[in-house]
Design a protein around this ligand. Structure first.
Ligand code: APR
Length: 270
C-alpha cells in the first residue's frame, strides 16, 4: 500500500536502522504492551530532564533543597515557588510525537499500559487511556499533614504566599513523590502486576537509576517480556534490553507505530 498523500512526512534520518521486522511482528501479535517512561519522553516538548549534564534540573538545582519532605519543612516557600515555576513551564507545553505515537499504539494493541515517572500529565493529554503515575502529578495538590488531595480553589491563601488546607490549616504541597518518600501503593502494585504480565516492555527516556521504577524492566524480563529501550544515551538498563534503539523517542516511536499501524497521519496529527 503506498501513501501518496503524505508529502510532508518528516524525513527521519535519526531513526535507528534496528527497527527490525521481528520487533514490528512482535508488536503486531502482542496482547499486552507496557511502556515505562521517564523525563526523556517529554524533553522534545520543552520540559527539561533531570540528569542531563547541562540542561538537567539537577544540574542547576539541588534536589535536597527542593524535592524532599525535609526541604519543605525547612523552607516551604522555596519549594512551593519552585513547583509553581515548573507548573508554569508545563502550562506552555504540549505532548510531542512520541506521546501521540504511544497513544496511537494503545488504540491498536489489545492492551497498552503507560507506567510513567513523569508528573506532567502529557501522556493523558496525548490520549493514552491507561496511565499509571508512579511519582504523582504536578497539577494536583495535597494537604501536607493529612496527605489527601485538596482542590486548589478550596484552599486558603496564607500571608507568606502559600496555600493552606481548608480542613486542618496545614500547608498544601504538590501531590508528587519526593526523594525518601514511598510511592503510591496502588500505583506501584499495578505497575509490578502489569510489568510481569506483558509481551513487550518499552523502556523510554529514563536513565534507569531511580528505584523502584528502575526494577520494573528487570521483573518484566524475568517474566519473559521482550525489552525495547529507546534512548539516545546508554543506560544501566541497556544491557538487559533485547533491542536498543539509540534515538529520540519523538522520532523513533512514530516510525515504529507507522510500521505497526501503517498510517502516519493518525500518529502525528498531520
Ligand atoms: N528521547 C528519549 N530519551 C531521551 C531524550 C529523548 N528525546 N532526551 C533525553 N533522553 C534520555 C536521557 O539520555 C536520559 O537517559 O532520558 C533520560 C532522562 O533521565 P533522567 O533525567 O534521569 O530522568 P528520569 O529517568 O525520568 O528520572 C527518574 O528521578 O529526579 C527523579 O522523580 C524524578 O521521575 C524522576 C526520576
Amino acid at each position: 500500500m503506498s501513501m501518496p498523500n503524505m508529502p510532508n512526512v518528516p524525513n527521519m534520518p535519526n531513526v535507528p536502522k534496528r527497527i527490525t521486522q521481528s520487533l514490528i511482528s512482535r508488536l503486531r501479535s502482542a496482547q499486552r504492551v507496557v511502556a515505562l517512561t521517564g523525563a526523556g519522553v517529554s524533553a522534545e516538548s520543552g520540559i527539561p530532564t533531570f540528569r542531563d549534564a547541562q540542561t538537567g534540573l539537577w544540574a542547576k538545582y539541588d534536589p535536597t533543597q527542593l524535592a524532599t519532605p525535609e526541604a519543605f519543612a525547612r523552607n516551604p516557600k522555596l519549594v512551593w515557588d519552585w513547583y509553581e515555576w515548573r507548573r508554569a513551564l508545563r502550562r506552555d507545553t504540549q505532548p510531542n510525537a512520541g506521546h501521540y505515537a504511544l497513544a496511537a499504539l494503545g488504540k491498536r494493541v489489545p492492551r497498552l499500559v503507560v507506567i510513567t515517572q513523569n508528573i506532567d500529565g502529557l501522556h493523558q493529554l496525548a490520549g493514552s487511556s491507561v496511565v499509571i503515575e508512579l511519582h504523582g502529578n504536578l497539577q494536583r495538590n495535597k494537604c501536607s499533614r493529612e496527605n489527601i488531595v485538596i482542590e486548589r480553589a478550596t484552599a486558603r491563601p496564607t500571608d507568606e504566599g502559600l496555600l493552606a488546607c481548608p480542613r486542618c490549616g496545614a500547608y498544601l504541597r504538590p501531590d508528587v513523590v519526593w526523594f525518601g518518600e514511598a510511592l503510591p501503593r496502588d500505583a506501584l502494585e499495578r505497575a509490578f502486576a502489569e510489568s510481569t504480565q506483558c509481551d513487550v516492555f518499552f523502556i523510554i527516556g529514563t536513565s534507569g537509576v531511580v528505584e523502584p521504577a528502575a526494577s520494573l524492566p528487570r521483573y518484566a524480563k524475568r517474566a519473559g517480556a521482550f525489552l525495547v529501550e529507546i534512548n539516545p544515551e546508554e543506560t544501566p538498563l541497556s544491557a538487559i534490553a533485547d533491542v536498543v534503539l539509540r534515538g529520540k523517542s519523538g522520532e523513533v516511536l512514530p516510525e515504529i507505530v507507522k510500521r505497526v499501524v501503517g498510517q502516519m497521519k493518525v500518529i502525528c496529527g498531520l
